[in-house]
Design a protein around this ligand. Structure first.
Ligand SMILES: NC(=O)c1ccc[n+]([C@@H]2O[C@H](COP(=O)([O-])OP(=O)(O)OC[C@H]3O[C@@H](n4cnc5c(N)ncnc54)[C@H](O)[C@@H]3O)[C@@H](O)[C@H]2O)c1
Length: 362
């Protein structure tokens, strides 16, 4: 079988990892890379044993499939070029800068009957995969996605940069339209929101609280679900899944704390986490996520099967992100129609929160 000819456009922080992995995959030939930063392109090409193409149009002449890992503002133009020629594309998340561009790329891929996969990599997190093998009907969900300030992805804000991962996961998990959206966000350095909190109500009643921040010293990526089946907590960084399920007695509502005498209450307290709320902790830390995402993409290209994260799914996440951004922009900080609104008009502090001589954390 002839190797699949692949290329990478944009070999910065993440794209260089795409190139490294693709250069080592069996049945795949990394034909070349493109980057507007010529020094970076040369250095990545040398390390991966491939060549540099002068631009993505030249690369498009030579590949069966491509990974597009340029800043989001260029996804539409660059991906469009490949999809129009019927070349399968893995476009990093978010699919595009806005809903109109996302719809455009989805329509192009459908018209050309081409694979369009989007880099919502948490769908390949083994802890999330482990959860998806189980039946759970979320009623309340909490998502936290905190990162440090990297200075990258400043063409978009925290919603499209970070929260988009959790929006995709929620839409995948809950599989219902969102009925209500409320959001609040703040800008630290100007431009786009750096912190955002959203409350979503799904059509079936499930409530989701999401927080995303790119101004946090310690990265954290967590998802917690409360459901009739029990509790599920994912730590995406550690790739672990905690599951808690009620005992048979609790499920059948056979325990009434109010009717128990003193010693029975004491015994029950001792048995909460051994007998009534049984817990398992699953360490799912196996296999590199990006490798598995790329292997999945290449398999879809070879077989024509639908990708796990198709263009439509990524477009739906952008549609929801757009509603969150609109709600955030309209948020009134002092509840006055003529008062400050949105992340850029976040009110100035009235007084310092701590004195200058108080010891700072390291
Ligand atoms: N899936 C994830 O978890 C994840 C994580 C990080 C970044 N991303 C996404 O990946 C993309 C890139 O992010 P990054 O952190 O690697 O950014 P980056 O700035 O480190 O890299 C982008 C690279 O693209 C190059 N570039 C810019 N315009 C170009 C063009 N028109 N043609 C060719 N090259 C061009 C830049 O020179 C740079 O080397 C973004 O869309 C981002 O949202 C996804």
């Amino acid at each position: 079988m002839l190797p699949l000819k692949v290329g990478v456009v944009g070999v910065g922080h993440l794209g260089k990892e795409h190139a490294r992995i693709l250069s080592g995959l069996q049945g795949t030939e990394l034909v070349g890379v493109v980057d507007v930063d010529a020094v970076q392109a040369e250095s990545v090409a040398r390390r991966c044993g491939t060549r540099v193409f002068p631009n993505h149009t030249a690369l498009a002449e030579c590949v069966d499939a491509v990974c597009i890992v340029v800043p989001t503002q260029y996804h539409h133009a660059v991906a469009g070029e490949f999809l129009r020629r019927g070349i399968s594309a893995l476009v990093e998340k978010p699919l595009a800068l806005n809903l109109e561009q996302a719809n455009d790329l989805v329509a192009l891929a459908n018209k050309q009957n081409t694979i369009l996969q989007v880099g919502h990599i948490e769908r390949f997190n083994p802890a999330y995969e482990e959860l998806r093998h189980r039946t759970i009907n979320p009623k309340f969900v909490e998502c936290e996605r905190h990162g440090t300030f990297t200075g990258r992805s400043t063409d978009i804000g925290a919603v499209l940069d970070l929260m988009i991962h959790d929006l995709d996961l929620l839409l995948d998990l809950i599989g219902q339209p969102v009925a209500e959206v409320q959001a609040v966000g703040a800008t630290v350095f100007g431009g786009h929101e750096d912190m955002v909190n959203a409350r979503l109500k799904f059509a079936g009643g499930c409530i989701a609280h999401l927080t995303a921040s790119r101004m946090t010293p310690i990265p954290k990526r967590k998802l917690r679900i409360w459901a009739p089946e029990g509790y599920a907590g994912i730590d995406f960084v550690r790739k672990s899944l905690s599951l808690v399920q009620p005992s048979e007695e609790l499920r059948q509502r056979r325990i009434d704390f109010q009717r128990l005498d003193g010693s029975e209450r004491e015994r029950l307290k001792d048995q909460v986490f051994t007998r009534h709320l049984q817990t398992v902790e699953l360490n799912c830390n196996h296999g590199d996520q990006l490798t598995r995402e790329l292997e999945h993409f290449l398999n879809c290209v070879r077989t024509g099967s639908a990708p796990r994260v198709c263009g439509e799914a990524a477009r739906d996440a952008i549609a929801l992100a757009t509603r969150i951004l609109a709600s955030m922009q309209q948020h009134s900080w002092d509840n006055r129609a003529d008062g400050p609104t949105g992340p850029d008009e976040y009110p100035a502090p009235m007084v310092p929160l701590f004195a200058r001589d108080e010891p700072l954390a390291a």
